[in-house]
Structures are given as C-alpha cells and as structure tokens.
Design a protein around this ligand. Structure first.
Ligand SMILES: Nc1ncnc2c1ncn2[C@@H]1O[C@H](COP(=O)(O)OP(=O)(O)OP(=O)(O)O)[C@@H](O)[C@H]1O
Ligand SMILES: [Mg+2]
Length: 214
C-alpha cells in the first residue's frame, strides 16, 4: 500500500509540533513532493467529530479505557479516510501527533499501561508504523511558558501539573529508546528556524541520503 512516507511529530505541550509540522511540510513541498499536513486526534471529518466529542467533556469525565477507544476510533477513521489513501497515491503525510502520544498520555501518563494501547493499535492499524517519528524534546518549563505566552492553555492536559508533564517527557524519551530506528529526538529548546534545520537534516539523512554529496 505504502508509496509515500508517513512522518509523525511528537512531544509535550508547547514543544513546537504544530509549528514544525507546517515548516517540514513546506520543506518537502520545496523538494517537489506531494505533501499532506494532518493532525491527531482528528485529521478527517469523522475523526474531527470524535475529537470534538472527546474534548467537549471536562477532565476525568471519560473512563480511561473509553477515552483510549475514542482516540483509537478517531485514529482508525483518520488512517482509512485520509492517511492510507494519501500514501497510496504517493503523497508524503506529515502528522502532528500520532500513536506515540497515546502511548505516552493514556498508556504511561494516565496509567492505563502500554499493553491495552498496543492491543487496540494492532487491531486498528496492523503492521503500520510511521516511517520516521520526530520527537521534539525540551524542558517542561520551556514548553509550558510557550503555551502561556500563546494566550492560555486550551486543553485538559495543559491544566495539569508540571510533574505530569515531566512524566510525559520521560515517557516520550523512553519510547524513543525503545524504537531507536523509527525515532529521531530533536532538541526543541532553540528558536523555530534552528529546530526546522535540525528536522530537515534528520529527514534528509533518513530519506535523501543518497542525493546529498558526501
Ligand atoms: N522554537 C520556538 N521558540 C519559541 N516559541 C515557539 C517555538 N516554536 C513554537 N513557538 C510558539 O510556542 C507556542 C507553541 O507552539 P506550537 O503550537 O507549535 O506547539 P505544539 O507542540 O503544537 O503545542 P500543543 O501540544 O499545544 O499542540 C506557539 O505560540 C508558537 O508560536
Ligand atoms: Mg499543536
């Protein structure tokens, strides 16, 4: 099925995922590739409807397993309606958050455990993983300060304690260690153009290495 490449951006709040998703998509377009920018939870009309349902209720409204199933239902819709068709047409798909956010937030941060996350993932997306996952890593305080300067925190997790975000950071870093081939960890504490340059290097090394003279 896969002809294009699937690249995911992961990391905590304020790490710059949305900013860098756009910059990476622009970089790939400048290379002449067909590119789709998308995000999770969401990314297709049906998945966005599930996102709205999920976020309409306040913290602790959902049973944790129900929350996992909602997120995975949205992921299935996103994959089937948006991602798989784009990849099979040869487009590159750049996705702002994907399954590692579920592993980190629901699996580790919120304590559901990785096993149910992996089991449901296998059901909705057997044998499918990103070609590259860019983990934007930065100190929790820096990320939260960026969110505050953006004008407030707009989802449930951002209200929670710095300790929770530290746990998430550790969770993402442990996932990067567990899947060293798929992941590249990017220092996201600098300015946006510098981070974009690091990402472009990582993407070029992974996919365009044969093109660049050594
Ligand atoms: N490298 C950077 N340095 C300083 N500020 C940045 C940088 N990158 C992005 N920002 C700003 O920080 C805020 C958060 O960035 P962005 O929305 O890209 O992060 P995010 O990881 O997508 O956050 P969220 O998890 O909430 O979706 C925005 O106001 C953005 O303009
Ligand atoms: Mg974002």
């Amino acid at each position: 099925m896969t002809k294009g490449k699937f690249i995911t951006l992961e990391g905590g709040e304020g790490a710059g995922k949305s900013t860098q998703t756009k910059l990476l998509a622009d970089f790939l377009r400048r290379k002449g590739l067909k590119v789709i920018e998308t995000r999770e939870v969401g990314g297709s009309p049906s998945a966005e409807a599930i996102r709205d349902l999920w976020l309409a209720q306040k913290d602790k409204y959902w049973d944790p397993l129900t929350e996992l199933l909602l997120i995975m239902a949205a992921r299935r819709e996103h994959l089937v309606k948006t991602v798989f068709p784009a990849l099979s047409e040869g487009a590159w798909v750049v996705c702002d958050r994907f399954a590692d956010s579920t592993r980190a937030y629901q699996g580790i941060g919120l304590g559901l455990g990785l096993e149910p996350v992996e089991n449901v993932y296998k059901l909705i997306a057997p044998d499918f993983e990103p070609d590259l996952t860019l983990l934007l890593d930065l100190p929790v305080e820096t990320g939260l300060a960026r969110m505050e300067s953006r004008g407030g925190m707009d989802d449930r997790y951002q209200q929670q304690l710095v300790d929770f975000h530290k746990k998430l950071r550790e969770a993402f870093l442990s996932l990067a260690q567990k899947f060293p081939v798929r992941f590249r960890t990017i220092d996201a504490s600098g300015d946006a153009p510098g981070i974009a340059a690091s990402i472009e290097r990582a993407v070029a090394e992974r996919f365009f290495a044969q093109e660049s003279p050594q």
